[in-house]
Design a protein around this ligand. Structure first.
Ligand code: AMP
Ligand code: FES
Ligand code: ZN
Ligand code: ZN
Length: 302
């Protein structure tokens, strides 16, 4: 029988990559300390700042929100209703119920009201749905957080997400994406600061935290994520992880420590303009969301 290294009681959790056995209480404590450690390591935010947690109703974002509130951070939630049938209805209800349980505000935006729902957009735009959706999510996170006076937006991206993206960007040598792959993107050019406090926490670890804390979360994946290549990369990395525990964390952390600084030597920052329609930052004259809105208006004939 494995024993908790903190209290000697029967361990419920074993974390092979950290060679740690922990009971329920000490696992919850370990998780929250680990979140706090990343916040401090990357100087994400302080307890004096107002934080907006982007909440999808999934295990990562809800675990993050709870951990931040328990650690004493001033964190409210932000939910974007994508209008994807039952999937969105269920995740919306879960997010609302969770905000009541935490006794924190949940701000919401509906894509149907702002632009069009994701399934409607899919009928007019044949680019990959997830990439249009990603652009819209980032746009509204930035715009709404600034409008409501938050200093920083936190997302629930975990180590599995980050290492899969890193793997994909490395396979393709997408240097411009690699340059931006950091758990803190500072506030600049009308972009709000964006942080990923779960960047060193695996998907399994955040699921265990959610289960042990009794957090109700949506288990289904978005119906449009089926067949995404990132799922193949995640499966591949998880196989490697089984053989060599800790390899995912090493791949990601060592990129941040050794490679990321090299990518920024002698760099000049790109100049950004304000979108002539909505005022959000853009490299061109009109931002990608206003461009999309114009295109949808034309196609929908209104
Ligand atoms: P995903 O891209 O679905 O893996 O989500 C990554 C992170 O983006 C989540 O952990 C959330 O922080 C945020 N997010 C995803 N979907 C939503 C949504 N509908 N509303 C607000 N935030 C979201
Ligand atoms: Fe956006 Fe799936 S298309 S979450
Ligand atoms: Zn213990
Ligand atoms: Zn715009």
């Amino acid at each position: 029988m494995r024993k908790c290294i903190k209290c000697g009681e029967k361990a419920q959790i074993y974390l092979p990559q950290h060679r740690l056995s922990l009971c329920k209480t000490h696992y919850i404590e370990w998780f929250e300390n680990r979140v706090e450690k990343s916040i401090k390591e990357f100087q994400m935010f302080s307890k004096k700042e107002k934080i907006l947690v982007a909440v999808s109703g999934g295990k990562d974002s809800l675990s993050l929100w709870q951990a931040l509130v328990k650690l004493g951070y001033d964190a409210d939630g932000f939910y974007i209703d994508l209008g994807i049938g039952d999937y969105s209805k269920k995740s919306f209800n879960i997010s609302i119920a969770f905000s009541e349980k935490l006794d924190r505000t949940l701000h919401t935006v509906s894509l149907e009201d702002e632009v069009m729902s994701i399934p409607q957009i899919k009928n007019y735009d044949n680019r990959p749905t997830c990439s249009i959706c990603g652009t819209l999510k980032r746009y509204y996170m930035n715009k709404v957080a600034k409008h409501l006076g938050y200093r920083v937006v936190a997302t629930g991206h975990n180590l599995d997400d980050e290492s899969a993206v890193l793997f994909s960007n490395t396979l393709n040598w997408s240097v411009d994406y690699l340059k931006r792959q950091y758990p803190v993107l500072p506030e600049e050019n009308s972009f709000i600061r964006k942080v990923k406090p779960l960047c060193k926490i695996s998907e399994k670890e955040s699921a265990m935290y959610a289960v042990l804390c009794g957090i109700e979360y949506i288990e289904e994946e978005c119906p449009f994520s089926e067949g995404a290549t990132s799922i193949d990369y995640k499966t591949f990395l998880s196989r490697l992880e089984e053989k060599s525990p800790g390899i995912k964390l090493r791949f990601y952390s060592e990129f941040l420590r050794k490679m990321y600084p090299i990518l920024h030597i002698g760099e000049e920052k790109p100049h950004l303009n304000r979108c002539s329609i909505c005022g959000e930052p853009t490299t061109g004259e009109i931002c990608s969301v206003c461009n999309l809105k114009n295109k949808l208006k034309l196609k929908a004939g209104g």
